[in-house]
Design a protein around this ligand. Sequence first.
Ligand code: IVH
Length: 671
Amino acid sequence: MTKAAAARAAELRELLAHHDYRYYVLDDPEVPDAEYDRLMRELRALEAADPTLVTPDSPTQRVAGTASAEFGEVVHSVPMLSLDNAFTEEDVTGFDRRIHERLGVSGELDYVAEPKLDGLAVTVIYREGRLAQAATRGDGVTGEDVTANVRTIRAVPQRLRGKAPPLLEARGEVFMPIAGFERMNAQAAARGEKVFVNPRNAAAGSLRQLDPRITATRPLTAFFYGLGALEGRAMPPGQMELLTLLRELGLPVSPEVRPVRGVPGCLAYYRDLGARRAGLPYQIDGVVYKLESRADQERLGFLSRSPRWAIAHKFPADEALTVVRGIEFQVGRTGALTPVARLEPVFVSGVTVSNVTLHNIDEVRRKDVRVGDTVIVRRAGDVIPEVVKVVIERRPAGTGEVQLPERCPVCDSPVLRVEGEAVARCTGGFTCRAQRQEALRHFASRRALDIEGLGDKLIEQLVEQDVLKSPADIYTLTAAQLEELERMGEKSAQNLIAAIAKSRRTSLPRLLFGLGIREVGEATALALARHFGTLERLMEADAATLEQVPDVGPIVAAHVAAFFESREHRRVIKALRDHGVTWPELKVPPAEPSDPLSGKTFVLTGTLQGLTREAAQEALTARGAKVSGSVSKKTHYVVAGAEPGSKLAKAEALGVPVIDEAQFLKLLGRR
Ligand code: IVH
């Protein structure tokens, strides 16, 4: 190993830990995410070039180890207690009075008020400042060893800052912020997987994964609020000092913790946080009051399994019972049918809920929700309301399982559900009113037929008036017709007619993309156009022939074949031709097979500075490479620009090479 490389690796590890601290503990990041990612990539590259540089506490080692068959057991050195609950102000007054009586004191007592985080309690042991073990609470005496999983959580430092005691056991809560939870659930629903009922379950499910690589992809974070064992220094004299110590050691503490005085201080905090609850980025189910003085805490001791010196003051229940009046299927942009439960309106945590999405038909079956059922509806914070479960005991006689409609509720076209897919779709395409508007918008968009001036508002009016039934109708529009519309003058009508005329001369790839065939994005449209050259040849191809096109698999092939089988689609294509839309035969020299980029799959994430995403995409497809929207094991490169999204995390979890813009340009031969 070269000295310079070793020194740089050490420096990078320190920098990354410093940025984690700024981000998670101080909530005041110093650098944008892209810079953090750049440092991480540099460290990875150094360690890859010389594996002797890897240290166990390197941030690159957060995802280490493989799936295990089960979790080991950890016996807690100090039991992990639970909290007694208060539901009313009288409960809180009673708690405070009992403390006064036991301690034999009068006057207002000092408390620390904290949010009650709705996650999963963990204990994290640091030996000589290094993360050595992490465990769940379990039954309070014995928990599960989740060290490998907790290591993947960036908010939990691998090493403590400053002068760390020889042994420190920090206790806190692992949780999932709401935004991350909703993103994860949307992705799971799209893949037909089980969605989590709430962020708490999602956090628990993610932390209790046997494969830490899966945990690493979950948006978990943590706040700490307590101490277990501590060696080499005295216990802090109060809860506020304890929280300060945790913070100084680099452990994240909620920014909402406050010292308060007496019951009035506690209740004021409760009301304030309750009012701000919906705006917090994570779920809380109440607040916790802890007596400040450690000496007094020790005098009070415990009552069975909860301390006498702390209590959880819970927010009102955010669950309610109601009845399902109907289950309807909504047709979305791509024709996807989403089951929606129409409820007897019910008031849950501050709002009236009358509709709840059931995501997909599999989810309806899993929960077995039926019309007439009494269900538990939950809404917490900003989370979209959910049906938690059916109260089976209250199911009326004669209900039936919900059936996926065979025909679209909007247009009556057949509904198709591809094998293995969770989502069922209306096959009506342009003929379905719900899909038509979006299809027209897509057809006119810049990367498709590029009709300048045909915006959303106009399309909406024209669909509403039944003037536009298919994209071909765009070419029958007259200036006189357009002038009738809202916000349309003579001049803009003429401009639009000119833009429509101009769009008549298009290209086969643009047309194919513009038709909005499922699964056919720009790259696939280009691949199909290159392969077949003319629309006629493409329309004659059966699924097996289609699969010969590079990167066209059975799913895409089935969608393309089904699209052109439809008589309605054929009619639209003929009408486009009849109205003078032309697309010349595409004659392309076969991609240089010697081009190193040929056949490679790229995923772009974040913003590139030097070129637009479209330009990057064009440059890649011109070289025979493919651009995909999602990261998988088959991805060759992920190009990460500024503020990259979750694709970056996924790439890192899957071990897919990540390159930055400079490296990308070099690959393209532009630098
Ligand atoms: S203190 C001896 N503080 O609530 C004190 N717990 O109902 C034990 N929790 O198991 C816990 N936020 O999972 C404490 N600020 C907070 C908390 C908190 C959430 C959870 C924790 C605990 C449960 C008890």
